[in-house]
Ligand binder design. Sequence first.
Ligand SMILES: Cc1cc2nc3c(=O)[nH]c(=O)nc-3n(C[C@H](O)[C@H](O)[C@H](O)COP(=O)(O)OP(=O)(O)OC[C@H]3O[C@@H](n4cnc5c(N)ncnc54)[C@H](O)[C@@H]3O)c2cc1C
Length: 403
Amino acid sequence: MADTRHRTEREFVDNGHDVFWALSEEHRQWQKVLQAFCADAVAPGAAERSIAGRFDADLVTAVGQLGAFGLLVGEEYGGGGGDLRMACLAAEELATVDSSLAVTVHVQAISVALLAHLAADRPDLLREVLPSACTGATFISFGLTEPTGGSDAGRIGTSARRDGSDWVISGAKQFITNSGTPFSRYVILFAATGESVDGKAPVSAFLVPLDAPGVEVGGAYPKLGWRSSDTHPLFLDQVRVPADALLGVEGRGYREALRFLTWARLPIAAMSTGLARGCLSDTLRFVKDRESFGKPLGSHQGVAFQVADIAALASTARVMTYDGALKYDSGMPIEREAAIAKLVASEAANKAAYLATQLQGGYGFVQETASTRHYQDARILTIGEGTSEVQRMLVARGLGLPV
Ligand SMILES: Cc1cc2nc3c(=O)[nH]c(=O)nc-3n(C[C@H](O)[C@H](O)[C@H](O)COP(=O)(O)OP(=O)(O)OC[C@H]3O[C@@H](n4cnc5c(N)ncnc54)[C@H](O)[C@@H]3O)c2cc1C
Protein backbone atom coordinates (compact mmCIF):
# COMPACT_ATOMS: atom_id res chain seq x y z
CA MET A 1 0.00 0.00 0.00
CA ALA A 2 1.28 3.46 -0.89
CA ASP A 3 2.60 5.60 1.91
CA THR A 4 -0.16 8.17 2.32
CA ARG A 5 1.52 10.07 5.14
CA HIS A 6 3.38 12.31 2.72
CA ARG A 7 0.85 13.41 0.17
CA THR A 8 1.31 15.74 -2.72
CA GLU A 9 -1.27 18.46 -3.00
CA ARG A 10 -2.67 16.69 -6.08
CA GLU A 11 -3.39 13.61 -4.00
CA PHE A 12 -4.92 15.77 -1.33
CA VAL A 13 -7.14 17.64 -3.75
CA ASP A 14 -8.14 14.87 -6.14
CA ASN A 15 -7.88 11.45 -4.65
CA GLY A 16 -10.19 11.52 -1.71
CA HIS A 17 -7.68 10.60 0.98
CA ASP A 18 -9.69 12.58 3.48
CA VAL A 19 -12.58 10.13 3.05
CA PHE A 20 -10.53 6.93 2.51
CA TRP A 21 -12.72 5.18 5.08
CA ALA A 22 -15.86 5.72 2.99
CA LEU A 23 -14.70 4.69 -0.49
CA SER A 24 -14.13 1.17 -1.84
CA GLU A 25 -11.94 0.31 -4.80
CA GLU A 26 -15.09 0.37 -6.97
CA HIS A 27 -15.85 3.92 -5.82
CA ARG A 28 -12.28 5.01 -6.61
CA GLN A 29 -12.50 3.52 -10.11
CA TRP A 30 -15.75 5.42 -10.71
CA GLN A 31 -14.09 8.58 -9.40
CA LYS A 32 -11.22 8.11 -11.89
CA VAL A 33 -13.69 7.66 -14.78
CA LEU A 34 -15.43 10.87 -13.74
CA GLN A 35 -12.17 12.78 -13.38
CA ALA A 36 -11.03 11.76 -16.87
CA PHE A 37 -14.44 12.73 -18.29
CA CYS A 38 -14.33 16.11 -16.53
CA ALA A 39 -10.82 16.87 -17.81
CA ASP A 40 -11.53 15.80 -21.41
CA ALA A 41 -15.17 16.70 -22.00
CA VAL A 42 -16.45 19.07 -19.31
CA ALA A 43 -13.73 21.53 -18.30
CA PRO A 44 -12.77 22.82 -21.77
CA GLY A 45 -16.15 24.43 -22.57
CA ALA A 46 -17.40 25.19 -19.06
CA ALA A 47 -16.65 28.93 -19.15
CA GLU A 48 -18.21 29.42 -22.58
CA ARG A 49 -21.37 27.50 -21.64
CA SER A 50 -21.77 29.43 -18.43
CA ILE A 51 -21.25 32.86 -19.99
CA ALA A 52 -23.66 32.03 -22.83
CA GLY A 53 -26.17 30.30 -20.52
CA ARG A 54 -26.08 27.41 -23.00
CA PHE A 55 -27.48 23.97 -22.12
CA ASP A 56 -25.26 21.53 -24.04
CA ALA A 57 -27.37 18.57 -25.19
CA ASP A 58 -24.35 16.65 -26.58
CA LEU A 59 -22.50 16.92 -23.28
CA VAL A 60 -25.60 15.72 -21.43
CA THR A 61 -25.84 12.72 -23.77
CA ALA A 62 -22.17 11.95 -23.11
CA VAL A 63 -22.59 12.09 -19.33
CA GLY A 64 -25.64 9.85 -19.73
CA GLN A 65 -23.48 7.27 -21.50
CA LEU A 66 -21.29 7.10 -18.41
CA GLY A 67 -24.34 5.87 -16.50
CA ALA A 68 -24.66 8.89 -14.21
CA PHE A 69 -28.44 9.32 -14.54
CA GLY A 70 -29.53 5.82 -13.58
CA LEU A 71 -26.96 5.14 -10.88
CA LEU A 72 -29.59 4.68 -8.20
CA VAL A 73 -31.98 2.29 -9.93
CA GLY A 74 -31.62 -1.40 -10.64
CA GLU A 75 -30.12 -2.94 -13.75
CA GLU A 76 -33.51 -4.47 -14.69
CA TYR A 77 -34.65 -0.93 -15.63
CA GLY A 78 -31.42 0.14 -17.32
CA GLY A 79 -29.84 1.61 -14.20
CA GLY A 80 -26.45 1.00 -12.68
CA GLY A 81 -27.55 -0.46 -9.34
CA GLY A 82 -25.08 1.85 -7.61
CA ASP A 83 -25.14 3.42 -4.18
CA LEU A 84 -25.40 6.92 -2.78
CA ARG A 85 -21.62 7.33 -2.54
CA MET A 86 -21.46 6.82 -6.30
CA ALA A 87 -24.09 9.50 -6.86
CA CYS A 88 -22.17 11.82 -4.51
CA LEU A 89 -18.93 11.15 -6.40
CA ALA A 90 -20.66 12.10 -9.67
CA ALA A 91 -22.03 15.31 -8.14
CA GLU A 92 -18.67 16.16 -6.55
CA GLU A 93 -16.42 15.53 -9.53
CA LEU A 94 -18.70 17.30 -12.04
CA ALA A 95 -19.00 20.31 -9.73
CA THR A 96 -15.22 20.74 -9.53
CA VAL A 97 -15.52 22.21 -13.03
CA ASP A 98 -19.20 22.62 -13.95
CA SER A 99 -21.92 22.89 -11.32
CA SER A 100 -24.57 23.35 -14.01
CA LEU A 101 -23.87 19.88 -15.39
CA ALA A 102 -23.72 18.51 -11.85
CA VAL A 103 -27.23 19.79 -11.01
CA THR A 104 -28.60 18.59 -14.36
CA VAL A 105 -27.38 15.09 -13.47
CA HIS A 106 -28.52 15.35 -9.85
CA VAL A 107 -32.12 16.33 -10.65
CA GLN A 108 -32.47 13.58 -13.25
CA ALA A 109 -30.92 11.01 -10.89
CA ILE A 110 -33.28 11.88 -8.02
CA SER A 111 -36.34 11.97 -10.30
CA VAL A 112 -35.46 8.58 -11.79
CA ALA A 113 -34.94 7.11 -8.31
CA LEU A 114 -38.16 8.69 -7.00
CA LEU A 115 -40.22 7.32 -9.88
CA ALA A 116 -38.75 3.84 -9.31
CA HIS A 117 -39.70 4.16 -5.63
CA LEU A 118 -43.22 5.60 -5.98
CA ALA A 119 -44.16 3.20 -8.81
CA ALA A 120 -42.35 0.14 -7.45
CA ASP A 121 -45.55 -1.88 -7.85
CA ARG A 122 -45.91 -0.87 -11.54
CA PRO A 123 -43.18 -2.67 -13.47
CA ASP A 124 -44.88 -1.96 -16.82
CA LEU A 125 -44.65 1.81 -16.29
CA LEU A 126 -41.06 1.52 -15.07
CA ARG A 127 -40.09 -0.63 -18.07
CA GLU A 128 -41.65 1.96 -20.37
CA VAL A 129 -40.02 5.07 -18.89
CA LEU A 130 -36.89 4.21 -16.96
CA PRO A 131 -34.53 2.72 -19.56
CA SER A 132 -34.50 5.89 -21.66
CA ALA A 133 -34.49 8.05 -18.50
CA CYS A 134 -31.36 6.21 -17.34
CA THR A 135 -29.54 7.11 -20.56
CA GLY A 136 -30.79 10.71 -20.42
CA ALA A 137 -32.83 10.42 -23.63
CA THR A 138 -35.93 11.11 -21.51
CA PHE A 139 -35.77 13.74 -18.78
CA ILE A 140 -38.09 13.64 -15.78
CA SER A 141 -38.21 16.82 -13.72
CA PHE A 142 -39.26 17.30 -10.10
CA GLY A 143 -42.13 19.77 -9.70
CA LEU A 144 -42.66 20.81 -6.10
CA THR A 145 -41.84 24.52 -5.61
CA GLU A 146 -44.62 27.02 -6.30
CA PRO A 147 -44.62 30.79 -6.86
CA THR A 148 -45.94 31.31 -3.32
CA GLY A 149 -42.94 29.65 -1.66
CA GLY A 150 -40.66 26.64 -1.53
CA SER A 151 -39.55 26.37 2.10
CA ASP A 152 -43.06 25.61 3.34
CA ALA A 153 -43.36 23.11 0.51
CA GLY A 154 -46.33 21.22 1.94
CA ARG A 155 -48.58 24.25 1.41
CA ILE A 156 -49.49 23.41 -2.18
CA GLY A 157 -51.78 25.60 -4.31
CA THR A 158 -51.77 23.36 -7.37
CA SER A 159 -54.82 21.12 -7.20
CA ALA A 160 -55.93 17.87 -8.80
CA ARG A 161 -59.61 16.92 -8.82
CA ARG A 162 -61.27 13.73 -9.94
CA ASP A 163 -63.41 13.84 -13.09
CA GLY A 164 -64.69 10.35 -13.80
CA SER A 165 -61.62 8.16 -13.82
CA ASP A 166 -59.35 11.07 -14.86
CA TRP A 167 -57.57 13.70 -12.80
CA VAL A 168 -57.74 17.37 -13.82
CA ILE A 169 -54.79 19.44 -12.59
CA SER A 170 -54.48 23.24 -12.41
CA GLY A 171 -51.83 25.48 -10.88
CA ALA A 172 -48.26 26.67 -11.33
CA LYS A 173 -44.78 25.48 -10.42
CA GLN A 174 -41.66 27.60 -10.18
CA PHE A 175 -37.91 27.07 -10.75
CA ILE A 176 -38.24 23.56 -12.21
CA THR A 177 -34.86 22.17 -13.32
CA ASN A 178 -34.63 20.14 -16.57
CA SER A 179 -38.19 21.00 -17.62
CA GLY A 180 -37.43 22.71 -20.95
CA THR A 181 -34.56 20.72 -22.50
CA PRO A 182 -34.76 18.76 -25.76
CA PHE A 183 -35.00 15.63 -23.56
CA SER A 184 -37.73 16.86 -21.18
CA ARG A 185 -40.80 14.57 -21.32
CA TYR A 186 -42.32 14.29 -17.82
CA VAL A 187 -42.60 16.06 -14.50
CA ILE A 188 -43.26 14.35 -11.18
CA LEU A 189 -45.77 16.92 -10.03
CA PHE A 190 -47.15 17.46 -6.53
CA ALA A 191 -50.77 18.60 -6.26
CA ALA A 192 -53.36 18.88 -3.48
CA THR A 193 -55.99 16.15 -3.73
CA GLY A 194 -58.28 16.91 -0.83
CA GLU A 195 -59.75 19.53 1.48
CA SER A 196 -57.28 21.87 3.07
CA VAL A 197 -57.07 22.22 6.86
CA ASP A 198 -55.11 25.26 8.15
CA GLY A 199 -53.86 25.87 4.60
CA LYS A 200 -52.52 22.34 4.18
CA ALA A 201 -54.20 19.66 2.10
CA PRO A 202 -53.24 16.04 1.42
CA VAL A 203 -50.76 16.14 -1.45
CA SER A 204 -50.37 13.47 -4.13
CA ALA A 205 -47.68 12.85 -6.73
CA PHE A 206 -48.47 12.55 -10.45
CA LEU A 207 -46.41 11.66 -13.49
CA VAL A 208 -47.47 14.34 -15.97
CA PRO A 209 -46.30 14.38 -19.61
CA LEU A 210 -45.00 17.85 -20.48
CA ASP A 211 -46.78 17.69 -23.85
CA ALA A 212 -50.21 17.09 -22.27
CA PRO A 213 -52.79 19.69 -23.40
CA GLY A 214 -52.88 22.55 -20.86
CA VAL A 215 -49.23 22.28 -19.78
CA GLU A 216 -47.15 25.34 -20.62
CA VAL A 217 -43.41 25.41 -20.03
CA GLY A 218 -42.60 29.08 -19.40
CA GLY A 219 -39.47 30.92 -20.56
CA ALA A 220 -36.08 30.02 -19.08
CA TYR A 221 -35.03 32.06 -16.05
CA PRO A 222 -31.93 34.22 -16.59
CA LYS A 223 -29.84 33.11 -13.59
CA LEU A 224 -26.88 34.31 -11.53
CA GLY A 225 -25.35 30.82 -11.43
CA TRP A 226 -26.04 27.29 -12.68
CA ARG A 227 -26.26 29.26 -15.90
CA SER A 228 -25.97 26.37 -18.35
CA SER A 229 -28.56 24.30 -16.48
CA ASP A 230 -32.19 24.48 -17.57
CA THR A 231 -34.81 26.08 -15.28
CA HIS A 232 -38.39 27.08 -16.15
CA PRO A 233 -41.77 27.76 -14.56
CA LEU A 234 -44.62 25.40 -15.40
CA PHE A 235 -48.24 26.43 -15.80
CA LEU A 236 -51.08 23.89 -15.70
CA ASP A 237 -54.51 24.82 -16.94
CA GLN A 238 -57.10 22.03 -16.60
CA VAL A 239 -54.57 19.35 -17.49
CA ARG A 240 -56.38 16.04 -17.86
CA VAL A 241 -54.39 12.91 -17.01
CA PRO A 242 -55.62 9.31 -16.61
CA ALA A 243 -56.14 7.72 -13.19
CA ASP A 244 -52.85 5.84 -13.44
CA ALA A 245 -50.87 9.11 -13.61
CA LEU A 246 -51.20 9.09 -9.81
CA LEU A 247 -48.00 7.72 -8.26
CA GLY A 248 -48.22 5.81 -4.99
CA VAL A 249 -51.08 6.29 -2.56
CA GLU A 250 -53.54 9.17 -3.01
CA GLY A 251 -52.86 11.97 -0.50
CA ARG A 252 -49.53 10.46 0.58
CA GLY A 253 -47.24 11.18 -2.42
CA TYR A 254 -45.59 14.27 -0.95
CA ARG A 255 -44.89 12.74 2.45
CA GLU A 256 -43.55 9.60 0.83
CA ALA A 257 -41.34 11.62 -1.54
CA LEU A 258 -39.94 13.67 1.37
CA ARG A 259 -39.32 10.54 3.42
CA PHE A 260 -37.61 8.81 0.51
CA LEU A 261 -35.56 11.84 -0.62
CA THR A 262 -33.85 12.61 2.71
CA TRP A 263 -30.65 11.41 1.05
CA ALA A 264 -31.02 13.91 -1.84
CA ARG A 265 -29.38 16.64 0.27
CA LEU A 266 -26.14 14.67 0.23
CA PRO A 267 -25.41 15.03 -3.51
CA ILE A 268 -25.91 18.80 -3.02
CA ALA A 269 -23.39 18.63 -0.17
CA ALA A 270 -21.16 16.71 -2.60
CA MET A 271 -21.58 19.43 -5.24
CA SER A 272 -20.59 21.96 -2.59
CA THR A 273 -17.50 19.85 -1.85
CA GLY A 274 -16.60 19.70 -5.53
CA LEU A 275 -17.02 23.43 -5.92
CA ALA A 276 -14.78 24.09 -2.89
CA ARG A 277 -12.19 21.71 -4.35
CA GLY A 278 -12.38 23.57 -7.66
CA CYS A 279 -11.71 26.81 -5.76
CA LEU A 280 -8.73 25.19 -4.07
CA SER A 281 -7.08 23.92 -7.28
CA ASP A 282 -7.59 27.22 -9.11
CA THR A 283 -6.32 29.29 -6.23
CA LEU A 284 -3.29 27.07 -5.63
CA ARG A 285 -2.30 27.33 -9.27
CA PHE A 286 -2.78 31.09 -9.21
CA VAL A 287 -0.86 31.85 -6.02
CA LYS A 288 2.08 29.73 -7.18
CA ASP A 289 2.30 31.45 -10.58
CA ARG A 290 1.59 35.04 -9.70
CA GLU A 291 4.15 37.27 -8.06
CA SER A 292 3.73 40.29 -5.84
CA PHE A 293 6.32 42.24 -3.91
CA GLY A 294 9.09 40.16 -5.55
CA LYS A 295 7.92 36.67 -4.65
CA PRO A 296 5.11 34.22 -5.44
CA LEU A 297 1.81 35.30 -3.95
CA GLY A 298 1.57 32.03 -2.03
CA SER A 299 4.82 32.85 -0.18
CA HIS A 300 3.06 35.63 1.71
CA GLN A 301 1.81 34.09 4.92
CA GLY A 302 -1.45 36.03 4.81
CA VAL A 303 -2.22 34.49 1.40
CA ALA A 304 -1.02 30.97 2.30
CA PHE A 305 -3.26 30.94 5.38
CA GLN A 306 -6.31 31.77 3.30
CA VAL A 307 -5.48 28.97 0.86
CA ALA A 308 -5.19 26.67 3.86
CA ASP A 309 -8.66 27.84 4.92
CA ILE A 310 -10.07 26.85 1.51
CA ALA A 311 -8.47 23.40 1.92
CA ALA A 312 -10.02 23.07 5.38
CA LEU A 313 -13.45 24.09 4.06
CA ALA A 314 -13.27 21.55 1.20
CA SER A 315 -12.16 18.76 3.54
CA THR A 316 -14.84 19.52 6.12
CA ALA A 317 -17.54 19.51 3.45
CA ARG A 318 -16.25 16.24 2.07
CA VAL A 319 -16.03 14.43 5.40
CA MET A 320 -19.59 15.46 6.33
CA THR A 321 -20.89 14.37 2.90
CA TYR A 322 -19.39 10.90 2.85
CA ASP A 323 -20.15 10.29 6.52
CA GLY A 324 -23.83 10.75 5.63
CA ALA A 325 -23.61 8.78 2.38
CA LEU A 326 -21.78 5.84 3.98
CA LYS A 327 -24.34 5.71 6.78
CA TYR A 328 -27.19 5.77 4.25
CA ASP A 329 -25.56 3.01 2.19
CA SER A 330 -25.20 1.03 5.42
CA GLY A 331 -28.93 1.30 6.13
CA MET A 332 -28.66 3.81 8.98
CA PRO A 333 -31.05 6.76 9.50
CA ILE A 334 -29.51 10.00 8.22
CA GLU A 335 -32.03 12.83 8.77
CA ARG A 336 -29.68 14.80 10.98
CA GLU A 337 -26.51 13.92 9.04
CA ALA A 338 -28.03 14.92 5.68
CA ALA A 339 -29.28 18.26 7.01
CA ILE A 340 -25.99 19.08 8.75
CA ALA A 341 -23.90 18.00 5.74
CA LYS A 342 -25.98 20.13 3.39
CA LEU A 343 -25.81 23.11 5.75
CA VAL A 344 -22.08 22.87 6.50
CA ALA A 345 -20.95 22.01 2.97
CA SER A 346 -23.00 24.65 1.16
CA GLU A 347 -21.91 27.39 3.57
CA ALA A 348 -18.30 26.14 3.21
CA ALA A 349 -18.54 26.32 -0.59
CA ASN A 350 -19.67 29.94 -0.37
CA LYS A 351 -16.77 30.86 1.91
CA ALA A 352 -14.31 29.01 -0.34
CA ALA A 353 -15.64 30.81 -3.43
CA TYR A 354 -15.36 34.17 -1.67
CA LEU A 355 -11.73 33.50 -0.71
CA ALA A 356 -10.84 32.17 -4.17
CA THR A 357 -12.11 35.25 -5.95
CA GLN A 358 -10.48 37.56 -3.40
CA LEU A 359 -7.10 35.83 -3.71
CA GLN A 360 -7.22 36.02 -7.50
CA GLY A 361 -7.78 39.76 -7.48
CA GLY A 362 -9.18 41.15 -10.74
CA TYR A 363 -8.89 37.73 -12.38
CA GLY A 364 -11.37 36.44 -9.85
CA PHE A 365 -13.93 38.90 -11.17
CA VAL A 366 -13.79 38.31 -14.92
CA GLN A 367 -16.13 35.74 -16.36
CA GLU A 368 -13.58 33.56 -18.17
CA THR A 369 -12.03 32.32 -14.93
CA ALA A 370 -13.24 29.26 -13.09
CA SER A 371 -13.27 31.10 -9.77
CA THR A 372 -15.79 33.62 -11.04
CA ARG A 373 -18.03 30.76 -12.17
CA HIS A 374 -17.62 28.99 -8.83
CA TYR A 375 -18.54 32.24 -7.05
CA GLN A 376 -21.73 32.51 -9.13
CA ASP A 377 -22.59 28.82 -8.77
CA ALA A 378 -21.97 28.73 -5.00
CA ARG A 379 -24.81 31.11 -4.23
CA ILE A 380 -27.63 28.67 -4.99
CA LEU A 381 -26.12 25.90 -2.85
CA THR A 382 -27.44 27.40 0.40
CA ILE A 383 -30.87 27.89 -1.22
CA GLY A 384 -31.80 24.91 -3.43
CA GLU A 385 -32.92 21.54 -1.99
CA GLY A 386 -33.89 23.34 1.23
CA THR A 387 -32.26 26.60 2.36
CA SER A 388 -29.71 26.77 5.18
CA GLU A 389 -32.54 28.01 7.41
CA VAL A 390 -34.63 24.95 6.55
CA GLN A 391 -31.68 22.66 7.36
CA ARG A 392 -31.29 24.41 10.73
CA MET A 393 -35.01 23.95 11.30
CA LEU A 394 -34.70 20.20 10.65
CA VAL A 395 -31.71 19.87 12.97
CA ALA A 396 -33.43 21.93 15.69
CA ARG A 397 -36.61 19.84 15.41
CA GLY A 398 -34.51 16.71 15.76
CA LEU A 399 -33.19 18.21 19.02
CA GLY A 400 -36.75 18.55 20.26
CA LEU A 401 -37.15 22.28 19.65
CA PRO A 402 -40.68 23.09 18.39
CA VAL A 403 -39.70 25.36 15.46
C1 LIG B 1 -31.92 27.38 -10.04
C2 LIG B 1 -32.98 26.73 -9.21
C3 LIG B 1 -33.36 25.42 -9.48
C4 LIG B 1 -34.39 24.83 -8.72
N1 LIG B 1 -34.85 23.59 -9.08
C5 LIG B 1 -35.98 23.11 -8.49
C6 LIG B 1 -36.61 21.91 -8.98
O1 LIG B 1 -36.11 21.26 -9.89
N2 LIG B 1 -37.77 21.51 -8.38
C7 LIG B 1 -38.34 22.20 -7.37
O2 LIG B 1 -39.41 21.80 -6.90
N3 LIG B 1 -37.77 23.34 -6.87
C8 LIG B 1 -36.61 23.80 -7.42
N4 LIG B 1 -36.04 24.97 -6.95
C9 LIG B 1 -36.66 25.68 -5.85
C10 LIG B 1 -35.84 25.70 -4.56
O3 LIG B 1 -35.85 24.44 -3.96
C11 LIG B 1 -36.42 26.82 -3.70
O4 LIG B 1 -36.04 28.04 -4.30
C12 LIG B 1 -35.97 26.76 -2.27
O5 LIG B 1 -36.48 25.63 -1.61
C13 LIG B 1 -36.41 28.02 -1.48
O6 LIG B 1 -37.74 28.31 -1.68
P1 LIG B 1 -38.20 29.79 -2.10
O7 LIG B 1 -37.31 30.21 -3.23
O8 LIG B 1 -39.64 29.77 -2.38
O9 LIG B 1 -37.87 30.69 -0.86
P2 LIG B 1 -38.85 30.96 0.39
O10 LIG B 1 -39.37 29.67 0.90
O11 LIG B 1 -39.82 32.01 0.03
O12 LIG B 1 -37.81 31.53 1.46
C14 LIG B 1 -37.28 32.85 1.36
C15 LIG B 1 -36.26 33.03 2.50
O13 LIG B 1 -36.95 32.93 3.75
C16 LIG B 1 -36.33 31.95 4.56
N5 LIG B 1 -37.36 31.31 5.38
C17 LIG B 1 -38.54 30.79 4.98
N6 LIG B 1 -39.23 30.32 6.02
C18 LIG B 1 -38.44 30.50 7.12
C19 LIG B 1 -38.58 30.22 8.51
N7 LIG B 1 -39.67 29.62 8.99
N8 LIG B 1 -37.59 30.59 9.36
C20 LIG B 1 -36.46 31.19 8.88
N9 LIG B 1 -36.28 31.49 7.58
C21 LIG B 1 -37.26 31.15 6.71
C22 LIG B 1 -35.69 30.98 3.58
O14 LIG B 1 -34.65 30.22 4.20
C23 LIG B 1 -35.18 31.95 2.53
O15 LIG B 1 -33.96 32.51 2.97
C24 LIG B 1 -34.98 25.55 -7.66
C25 LIG B 1 -34.56 26.86 -7.38
C26 LIG B 1 -33.59 27.45 -8.15
C27 LIG B 1 -33.23 28.89 -7.86
